[in-house]
Design a protein around this ligand. Structure first.
Ligand SMILES: Cc1cc2nc3c(=O)[nH]c(=O)nc-3n(C[C@H](O)[C@H](O)[C@H](O)COP(=O)(O)OP(=O)(O)OC[C@H]3O[C@@H](n4cnc5c(N)ncnc54)[C@H](O)[C@@H]3O)c2cc1C
Length: 354
């Protein structure tokens, strides 16, 4: 009998499925052909140091080595490169950010992740009035390429069910769960932002956040590593780069907009003032975050056979492999989940009842 049904084959469902399948745990993955996939839209950055305050990401020392390990493992399995390991050039925007950077440079915990401060002018013709720094142990993942490979693998292993999951057809009792002709001991939802439509989880505080990304093309030479000065510029070869992204809190549509493109292009033009570009592609997706920016795994407080693996926000590639290992251990051996991300111990705050 199937032990675990997983709904969703984005990065979250895929990595969890990979981890369980590697350990001989019987799974089935149900996915609707990536109909609403944040993972396919994503820029794929792996960046340990985030935001204007240049803060280390949540549990970075735990997550980063496991992320590196996971990408190495799938690269070996499929004989393709998915994770492009490269430093990121983080240009400083203003005095305030420079103050934060000075604090981080003096903090031992940040030492492994930060290079030397690079003075203004060191990265001309980029706009670097306040200097910059290279972030180490970073890079970006060709997430779409990896997801397609994993889908083929799950299909080949006979564990993929290409279908739209319908919540009203799920029956649950003390022995297990049943959906159409599939029965299992339990079900884990990894639906991305569509958790908002899940009757067991919709009143928990998962937060959608739409993002748009452009592909631009230039005849002038682009930086050879990813650059961030308010927005990302990630070189893709042959004069092309991905740039983004936008943050549309509460938005759940995947439409591209002129306003989104204008927002991105303004920042890109500010970072590379002497360049000319044309936009050659534009895409959008919806992230699923939590209020405290900590993802959640585990089981519903009142339904022990209904689980969740979600809330990875804009850091899926960093957080998912580590939390997938923890969730897999929890499912296989009963090991406890880390308390800060255990759904049962710390469900995202419930919405106030009207
Ligand atoms: C514009 C943008 C930029 C981003 N940039 C980065 C970045 O640089 N670095 C980074 O680490 N992260 C980034 N992210 C975030 C990253 O994409 C997510 O954290 C991660 O992909 C989430 O994966 P997921 O599997 O939870 O969700 P998703 O990728 O959304 O996957 C959910 C899957 O479940 C399927 N599904 C949902 N409901 C059902 C149903 N009822 N039946 C069947 N199938 C269903 C969907 O079709 C989809 O295939 C970005 C996201 C966006 C939108």
């Amino acid at each position: 009998m199937t032990q675990t049904l997983i709904v969703g084959q984005g990065m979250a469902g895929s990595v969890l499925a990979w981890e369980l399948h590697q350990h001989g745990h019987a799974i089935r993955v149900i996915d609707d052909g990536h109909r609403t996939s944040a993972s396919l839209a994503a820029a794929g950055m792996v960046n340990p140091v985030q935001g204007q305050r240049l803060k280390l990401a949540w549990r970075i020392e735990d997550c980063l080595p496991v992320a590196h390990q996971f990408f190495e493992q799938v690269e070996k399995e499929f004989g393709e490169t998915f994770f492009h390991r490269t430093p990121i050039l983080r240009l400083v925007n203003n005095e305030k950010e420079k103050d934060f950077l000075d604090q981080r440079l003096a903090d031992e915990r940040y030492q492994p992740f930060l290079g030397e401060y690079e003075q203004p002018g060191a990265n001309t013709p980029l706009h670097d009035d306040f200097g910059g720094i290279r972030i180490k142990h970073a890079g970006y993942v060709s997430t779409a390429q990896l997801l397609i490979k994993l889908r083929e693998y799950f299909e080949h292993e006979g564990i993929l069910c290409d279908a739209e999951f319908t919540h009203n057809e799920l029956s649950v009792d003390e022995n297990g769960v049943r959906w159409r002709d599939l029965s299992a001991e339990r079900i884990v939802f990894a639906e991305g932002f569509r958790i908002l439509d899940n009757p067991w989880f919709s009143d928990f505080n998962f937060q959608p956040n739409k993002g748009e990304i452009l592909t631009i093309q230039s005849d002038q030479p682009l930086p050879d590593i990813p650059v961030n000065r308010g927005k990302w510029i990630i070189p893709q070869g042959k004069g092309a780069a991905w740039c983004g992204s936008t943050y549309g809190r509460g938005q759940t549509d995947s439409e591209t907009t002129e306003a989104g493109a204008a927002d991105i292009m303004a920042k890109v033009a500010n970072t590379m003032p002497s360049h000319e570009f044309k936009i050659v592609d534009h895409r959008a997706g919806v992230r699923c975050a939590t209020g405290d920016h900590i993802p959640r795994a585990g089981f519903h407080p009142e339904h022990p056979r209904i689980g969740v693996f979600n809330g990875f926000g804009s850091k899926g590639n960093v957080f998912i492999p580590w939390l997938a290992q923890r969730m897999a251990e929890h499912l296989i051996t009963g090991a406890s989940l880390p308390e800060d991300c255990d759904f049962r111990a710390r469900p995202p705050r419930k919405k106030r009842q009207a």
